[in-house]
Design a protein around this ligand. Sequence first.
Ligand code: NAD
Length: 349
Amino acid sequence: SLFGLPDQAPHEKVLLAADAQTGLRAILAVHSTARGPAFGGCRFWSYDNELAALNDALRLSQGMSLKNALADLPFGGGKAVIIKPQGEFDRAALFAAFGRAVQSLAGDYITAEDVGTTTADMRGMLAHTQFVSGIPRDGGAFGGDPSPKTAYGVFVSIDEGVKRVLGRSSLEGVRVAIQGLGAVGWHLAEYLHQAGAQLIVADIDAAKVERAQAQFGAQAVAIDAIIAADADVLAPCALGATLSATSVPTISAKLVAGAANNQLATAAEGDALQARGITYLPDYLVNAGGIISVAREYRGEGEEGRVMAEVGRIRERVAELLERVRSEQSTPARVADAWARSKLVKPAA
Ligand code: NAD
């Protein structure tokens, strides 16, 4: 439903922003401002059709409400998608028009990078809106690309999960299958390699796979073989909905934890994973490192060491989640959902 499923709060506001001159067609979805202004990245992507773009914006912004709440950030959930124009277009002008659309929401929505957008896009928008983050600052101030922070949060989550779920004392020799070696996936591969994990990788970009083979001694597998790869951990770091009714029965890993947003195609897959004895660490819990980084930057509270320490605390939430799952005899997806929803209220000052 466009106005929310029975168990979900509906969106507060959704803006369709179009600009004939630049070819902008964007959807800015404000899911919840209960905790503060809605904060979430902007995706720049080619969609099969406009409804697919709307669906993506609505699902991603709901996820941001849960992510920001679980990360204890004073922000609500929002997300924007820009439908990639076909043919030639002026990127700077397009993002300027998008910046004006963000500004028109008067601070109800704050944007940053997501798939397909860069720090240069965010910097370019500064002339058109103050509600933007993820910008490298002059003079050494904290800010910029959130993906290394996201990767660090996923890394500590995998490390905690490996200890608690697989009963291993370290990542040494643990086989991790990474789907997608993009901005986050690559940094994650670096962390895991340094910790002694064995990497199995797939990406539609062959050059990235070759680089991972050379740099990390990674084993390469085909795009359609990564989910079922013979691994201890599966880390989806490409796009969403990889955990589906058809893919879940093929997974051999016992732990799933990755950066991609909206990994579960539907809520039923959360139950199906648990039924197969696979522990799924919910995406919005483990991939909050990037939003923590851009949120602290936006509030002028950023400092590398402090932000890394805050991202590192995702480990404690993973531990608490797994304890709750055990005591409540439930699934990680259900427990995380209820936990996040209980925090969809204005935080104490
Ligand atoms: P990215 O575009 O840099 O990387 C995605 C990678 O996945 C690319 O290398 C792409 O070639 C690859 N890919 C696409 N389809 C694939 C497929 N079917 N099989 C294998 N590889 C495939 O994006 P990113 O910033 O690394 O983000 C990855 C995921 O993490 C996204 O879902 C994003 O929403 C989510 N995420 C990112 C951040 C962040 O800080 N960048 C924060 C939270 C969540």
